[in-house]
Design a protein around this ligand. Structure first.
Ligand code: 5CA
Ligand code: ZN
Length: 409
């Protein structure tokens, strides 16, 4: 699949700092020291509805990761998937009487537009589940042949007991896992499974549903977790720097993915850091496509909201916090954007070399965007109140805000 166009990232004087980031698996902060090419996999959307603010907040976190790495003069190998066939997509298409492929294409196209408007840097490889099927089938066959998977009425399940590290990504107890498995696409109550948590790797063709040639597995479609493992291993290999997503992906998705990869390669973990963004809520509940309590990025854009203001609203919360979207959050961001623009539109002003370092510092410390905004706010206050005459200052601030925060002033 094609991704979306990249916005320019201005180069800043000096060099950024290495990223310290919170890792869900080790439950602490680790300093990543990628080689010249940093490798990141971010779980993509299931395209059955438009991009909401929750999605945008999660992708914003991983966009910041890229901006920190680019500032350290590294190249980035970034892979993202699109879950363009899965139960919720098929259910929505059926409910609304749409063709599922058209629904997926339409919502993916809208996602690309939203990401472009928000200046999110695109992945180099943007891969759909459907196009990944030829790579998924041999992995499932290997897992089955190695005894890490078993058949149940034509479906193929992964055996979580085959992985000695199972549980070490999300660090949850068995009861919590069972509850989340039922909530998030698993089927813990299906009779005949070896362990209630075992996730499906390959689902045999169901009447009226799309299916593909699965070689020795028979016709069917892939499970969710193996999709991301196949795409990540194909494009990044084991031991890449970050696997990212919202906190609702820690279990089962990233836990199961690490297990599949362990069973396939004998190595653990698949990613050096498992990074999870907090959940954005609306009216007290997690924004979710299934609940329908959504604020869409595209609807805000259509209503004339500047995408730079949406981005500032996202940045005003720490990526790991759970937070609530309100009209005030947006109003504050709109006001901040106006002030920042007024400050950089002056021909000269308060020297900003220290600001560049403050923003770098804040972001390298577990992506502390609110601290970065506070640093810019302090410069803006001084700038609007003083008559200093450093001619390079406004341009340097614009470039810093653009390069490190993705906000075009
Ligand atoms: N296709 C899978 C990942 S392989 C999927 O989870 N798709 S999704 O469309 O449901 O979510 C896309 C990303 O947005 C995931 O990282 C998810 O954790 C994140 N996300 C979903 N809802 C919210 C929310 N309310 N707040 C923050 N992030 C969210
Ligand atoms: Zn994924």
């Amino acid at each position: 699949m094609h991704a979306w166009p990249a916005s320019e990232v201005p180069a800043l004087p000096g060099k950024g700092r290495d990223l310290e980031i919170h890792d869900t698996a080790t439950q602490g902060t680790i300093t990543l020291a990628p080689g010249p090419v940093a490798r990141i996999y971010v779980c993509g959307i299931t395209p059955y509805d438009a991009t909401h603010i929750g999605h945008a907040a999660t992708y914003n976190a991983f966009d910041l990761v890229q901006r920190v790495w680019l500032d350290t003069k590294r190249q980035i190998h970034y892979v993202q998937n699109v879950t363009d066939v899965d139960d919720p997509l098929l259910e929505r298409a059926l409910r609304d009487g749409h063709d599922w492929t058209e629904l997926a294409e339409r919502e993916t196209a809208l996602f690309r537009e939203d990401m472009t408007a928000l200046r999110m840097l695109p992945p180099q490889h943007y891969i759909g589940a459907v196009e990944a099927i030829p790579g998924i089938v041999p992995l499932v066959e290997r897992l089955r042949d190695a005894g890490a998977a078993y058949e149940l009425d034509g479906d193929v399940y992964f055996s979580v007991e085959s992985d000695p590290h199972f549980g070490q990504v999300s660090n949850l107890d068995a009861e919590a896992m069972r509850l989340l498995s039922a909530e998030r696409g698993g089927d813990p109550d299906r009779p005949g499974k070896k362990n209630p948590l075992d996730p499906m790797l390959w689902m045999a063709a169901r009447p009226g549903e799309p299916s593909w040639d699965g070689g020795s597995l028979g016709r069917g479609r892939p499970g969710w977790h193996i999709e991301c493992v196949a795409i990540a291993l194909d494009h990044l290999g084991m031991g890449f720097d970050i696997q990212g997503g919202g906190s609702d992906l820690a279990f089962p998705h990233h836990e199961m993915g690490a297990s599949h990869a362990q069973a396939l390669t004998g190595e653990f973990p698949m990613a050096k850091a498992y990074v999870h963004a907090g959940m954005v809520a609306l009216n007290g509940e997690k924004m979710s496509k299934s609940k329908g309590n959504l604020v869409f990025v595209s609807a805000l854009r259509r209503a004339g909201v500047d995408p730079a203001a949406i981005r500032l609203a996202l940045l005003s919360h720490h990526y790991r916090a759970d937070w609530e979207w309100t009209d005030e959050v947006l109003a504050e961001a709109v006001a901040r954007l106006e002030r920042w623009r007024a400050a950089v539109s002056r021909p000269d002003g308060v020297p900003a070399d220290a600001l560049v370092e403050e923003v770098r510092e804040a972001l390298s410390r577990d992506l502390d965007a609110p601290a970065a905004l506070a640093a810019v706010d302090r410069w803006v206050d001084l700038q609007l109140a003083s008559d200093e005459d450093d001619e390079s200052a406004p341009g340097l601030v614009s470039r810093t805000v653009d390069a490190l925060l993705g906000v075009a002033l």
